[in-house]
Design a protein around this ligand. Structure first.
Ligand code: PTT
Ligand code: SF4
Length: 612
């Protein structure tokens, strides 16, 4: 087998043992790598109902045939587990030196099982694994942890670590790497913390296997240069992801005040031009020629790396428009290792629930100093307030009651990213149907929808577009895995990706092969959800109910009086299920699963819930 290492490293933290296992070429070609490997491994190895924060959950670090090879933006790693936030499959895609080092150590996958008795980190050096005490690291933030491990193992060592958020099992804690990378929104940091695992460090010395290394290197290096030239020409990385903020504000799609409002006159204070002007450093992932990590100084003088989601959720969504204060909230999330998107949503929901008399408390929109305290309290689970905030919006709403469930802005427990879908039905569908919850990484159709379609329409074309984008993102970018930005932001031709894959693996795949694999992965992700929640129905695929409430419609501006309509959303959902071959509850049918080569999985699912 060329292109893949064919090896999995299985580490058991309870017994302090490890073993190298191989996987077959059939497995590699059926699941590609990254998310594909992770969802299949977790489906096979986890019993339904397993405690996500117990020793029987497993953390999977998964790479694929493009990971770490010289090709545009190939420095990404998938981290996955059963999520403590949503109770189903969860993953994240993180830029890290671990992508390169793990492949050089001879592995495509690490499976971490069990739980260490005391805080530890693991050091993987080619075929050796050491279990080392995390004394001196446990209780520390991610910046200090990363620095200490870099001092010991070198700047290019592959390092994944957690902060106090993960240690204290904050349900939306992430895994961090390098200066400003973060991944695993649905609580992958908490899964590490529950295993008493502070960090994973990897160093490898072997060659990454490729069918024709010389040809692949020539192609990849030339293309990295071309992507860099396209970026310079388009100037995309001057503002990076935050270029979209001004557009969202103009289009009435910005999250403001717990997504109650869709634009704000002060939003310009945080837009791409302002964050770019405040830049003091630029960071990025390995193997990238369009680095997008813009760091600014926060109120306390720390470097804080900003992306659009961070700015949108910690700025306008909390009605905080002071760039330094917003950057302070972002820095704290990074240091504690808690997700910026969920943090912004949780705090906004808390302020909204207090406003509406559903919760007691003293937090108000716009209060940056109190927001800092609350982020700290959540990360440390300080007191009853810290504890409830650490559990995320869905559980907060269950506790608060009094109708607050309607405006807790999550789907399946995962908080919405920074696109306010008050009157954007296609993007609302993209959030609603995500088997992991509401994450723009699955399908970001908002620019297409607002630029190229009638905004308020619920046509089949929108459902088709959601499926098309899900196929591209999961089949190519989450599974090879690679960063999607050359394609999304610079228009780098998708046909380049089968060319890299074929050069690395000696295959003759076309884009359709990736899309078919993506459908298989998606069907299994939704089957995973159905196995965990056998009584599911289509309401699991609805966006927050406040979007359907006429009283929530904007009182002024370009979408004045507009809101989503439930009967029409149901029609859109029917189109989506029909295109995917899922039943009216949103469960893949037996025919669909069998066509995708998932007969065994359909049989297993049938033992737990109805498979039509
Ligand atoms: C990603 C999510 C995003 S998506 C952002 S900003 W974005 C937030 N970033 C956080 C952060 O920072 N610190 C923190 N404590 N929490 C954070 N949570 C949020 O996490 C990220 C980039 C970005 S920046 C995006 S869009 C793209 N995402 C990709 C993806 O999902 N898949 C893929 N194949 N390529 C992608 N390229 C881009 O990567 P999650 P990163 Mg990320 C500080 O992890 O869980 O997927 O959530 O990994 O290396 O930091 O790169 O406007
Ligand atoms: Fe990382 Fe940004 Fe480069 Fe993508 S574009 S690889 S997220 S630095």
């Amino acid at each position: 087998m060329k292109g893949w290492t064919g090896n999995i490293l299985r580490i058991n933290l309870s017994s302090k043992t490890f073993k190298r296992e191989s996987y077959s070429e059939d497995f590699a070609r059926k699941w590609i790598g990254g998310r594909g490997f992770a969802v299949k491994i977790l489906w096979d190895e986890l019993e339904a109902g397993v405690d996500p924060l117990g020793p029987d959950n497993k953390l999977v670090v998964a790479l694929g045939p493009m990971a770490g090879i010289p090709a545009p933006n190939s420095g990404k790693t998938v981290v996955a587990a059963k999520s403590p936030l949503t109770g189903t499959y969860g993953d994240g895609n993180i830029g890290s030196h671990i992508t390169i080092q793990l492949r050089k150590a001879g592995y495509d996958v690490i499976i971490i099982e069990g739980k260490s008795g005391t805080p530890e980190y693991v050091f993987i050096e080619d075929d050796k694994v050491s279990f080392l005490p995390a004394k001196g690291l446990w209780g520390k933030g991610t910046f200090e942890t990363q620095k200490a491990l870099e001092m010991k193992y070198g700047k290019t060592a592959g390092i994944l670590s957690i902060g106090q958020g993960g240690e204290n099992k904050v349900l939306y804690s992430v895994i961090r790497s390098m200066e400003g990378r973060a991944g695993g929104r649905p609580g992958m940091g908490a899964v590490m913390g529950s295993k008493n695992l502070k960090a994973i460090v990897v160093k490898g010395t072997k060659e990454i296997p490729m069918e024709d290394p010389k040809a692949m290197k020539a192609l990849g290096v030339a293309d990295l240069r071309k992507v860099g030239e396209m970026d310079k020409k388009s100037k995309w990385s001057v503002q990076g992801t935050n270029a979209v903020l001004a557009w969202c504000n103009e289009m009435a799609a910005l999250p403001v005040r717990n997504m109650r409002l869709t634009s704000h006159p002060d939003a310009w204070k945080l837009d791409g031009q302002r964050t770019s002007e405040a830049r003091v450093a630029t960071y990025g992932c390995p193997h990238c020629s369009m680095r997008c990590g813009i760091a600014v100084l926060d109120k306390e003088g720390h470097e804080s790396e900003l992306d659009y989601e961070n700015v949108g959720m910690l700025g306008p969504n909390l009605e905080i428009f002071d760039i330094k204060q917003m950057a302070s909230l972002n820095y704290l999330c990074d240091d504690f290792g808690t997700d910026t998107i969920s943090t912004g949503a949780v705090l906004a929901f808390y302020a909204d629930a207090i406003d509406h008399g559903a919760a007691d408390g003293d937090f108000k929109f716009g209060d940056a100093e109190r927001a800092k305290e609350l982020i700290r309290m959540a990360a440390l689970r300080n007191g009853a307030v810290g504890d409830i905030l650490a559990d995320g919006s869905m559980r907060m709403a269950r506790k608060f009651g009094k109708g607050s469930e309607a405006y807790a802005m999550h789907c399946k427990g995962l908080e919405l990213s920074a696109y306010n879908c008050k009157y954007v039905p296609g993007q609302a569908l993209a959030f609603g149907v995500g088997p992991m919850g509401a994450h723009h990484k699955e399908a970001w159709i908002i620019t297409y929808e607002l630029k190229e379609t009638e905004r308020g329409s619920y046509g089949r074309d929108k459902a088709q577009k959601v499926v098309d984008i899900q196929r591209i993102r999961t089949g190519i970018f989450e599974s090879l895995p690679l960063c999607r930005f050359p394609w999304v932001e610079l228009g780098w031709d998708l046909k380049n990706y089968p060319a890299y894959f074929n050069a690395a693996t000696g295959s003759r795949w076309t884009l359709d092969d990736f899309y078919k694999t993506a459908d298989r992965i998606w069907a299994l992700m939704k089957a995973f959800y159905a196995r965990e929640f056998p009584n599911l129905d289509r309401t699991a695929d609805y966006p927050p109910m406040v979007y359907f409430d006429p009283a929530n419609a904007d009182k002024e501006g370009i979408i004045k009086g507009k809101h989503l309509e439930l009967d029409k959303y149901d029609q859109l959902l029917d189109h989506f299920y029909d295109i995917r071959g899922w039943d009216k509850r949103g469960v893949p049918t037996r025919k669909t699963m069998e066509t995708l080569g998932l007969r065994q999985e359909a049989d297993e699912l049938q033992r737990i819930t109805r498979v039509e």
